[in-house]
Design a protein around this ligand. Structure first.
Ligand code: PBG
Length: 326
């Protein structure tokens, strides 16, 4: 092709590293990265997660070090998950002020000071013996409205432990409105909510189930979204915003970049994306086999999520990646 100015040569802007850097459209910054962190009740040493090489279940002691490292790396925040010693049908550990997630929250908040936004997973699956994200009715089905009652109490317990942002990942209908109402009624109207609005029933959560020692049998398809549905993802985003979500999430990230781009184009609140355990495991496994360049693949995967429209990204590489891009 030619124009009046001669042949069109887009390669001019790719000729040198300095020029490429100058015209780069998407930049990664440590402040836009959030590290998911697992804390295991009763552990005396950090426990490696075999399907997530490099990721551990922390002890309450090693958690302090992880928080300090995250703060030193300049990342935006942490998302805490608890791994309790005992589980039951109601997920009692979730609402117990001495439950592992609430204990870990108090420790992380104290350690983080003003440096990080300490966030907590608000979902029952780590705490229930059946492994579902809510409580079950007499026929064994996940009971939406009974689960909301548990979420309300869990939210108050997390706010009282000092969580800076509650991550509602259970995919129950009406969870954002219910939790907002409970918090406001308990004097916690300043605590913001992250709605996992478009959370899909994904095979890519596989390694996470090991990480939290999930007892789930069956699947979550009666509450998480069908991977085939794009419009429904946007509907969930709109509902969460209408119910009062301060931030919304698309999860997983890599297989849902279209949903993410749609959400980013229309959402009036920040849109985040969760690069989940299976996305991490795939790149680590391929890199360990020498099949891909590990650092380039990690950077490309996170740049792609940002380019699609995520304002911030939850990634298990947050601290390491921050060290590369500072
Ligand atoms: C549910 C929850 C899950 C993840 C985060 N929160 C798993 C699920 O829905 O089964 C997965 C995160 C990951 O795979 O990295 N509380």
């Amino acid at each position: 092709m030619t124009s009046t100015a001669g042949p069109i040569r887009p390669r001019r802007l790719r000729a040198t590293p300095a020029m490429r850097r100058l015209v780069s459209e998407t930049r990664l910054h440590p402040a836009d990265l959030i590290l998911p962190v697992f804390v295991r009740e009763g552990a005396s040493e950090p426990v490696p997660i075999s399907s997530m090489p490099g990721v551990v279940q922390h002890t309450t002691e090693s958690l302090k070090r992880a928080v300090a490292d995250a703060a030193a790396a300049g990342i935006g925040g942490l998302m805490l998950f608890g791994v309790p010693e005992h589980k039951d049908a109601e997920g009692s550990g979730a609402t117990d002020p001495d439950g592992i997630l609430n204990v870990a929250t108090r420790i992380a908040v104290a350690e983080a000071g003003d440096a990080l936004v300490v966030q907590t997973d608000l979902c029952l699956d780590e705490f229930t013996d059946h492994g579902h994200c809510g409580v079950l009715d007499s026929r064994g089905r996940v009971d939406n409205d009974a689960s909301l009652i548990r979420y309300r109490d869990m939210a108050i317990a997390q706010a009282e432990a000092g969580s800076h942002l509650l991550g509602l990942s259970g995919m129950m209908d009406g969870q954002v409105a219910a939790v907002r109402d409970a918090l406001d009624g308990a004097g916690h109207d300043g605590v913001p909510l992250l709605g996992y609005a478009a959370k899909y029933a994904s095979a890519f959560y596989g390694p996470f189930r090991e990480a939290v020692q999930s007892s789930l049998e069956g699947d979550r398809r009666s509450y998480q979204l069908d991977p085939a549905n794009r419009r429904e993802g946007l509907r969930e985003i709109e509902l969460d915003v209408a119910e009062g979500a301060d931030i919304v999430m698309v999860k997983p990230a890599m297989s849902y970049l279209d949903v993410l781009a749609d959400a980013a184009a229309s959402s009036p609140v920040p849109v985040w994306a969760y690069q989940v355990s299976g996305e991490y495991a795939m790149i680590e496994a391929a890199a360990a086999n020498g099949w891909i360049d590990r650092r380039r693949a990690i950077e490309e995967s996170v740049v792609g999520i940002r380019r699609a429209g995520a304002d911030a990204v939850l990634t298990y590489w947050a601290v390491e990646l921050a060290g590369w891009i500072r």
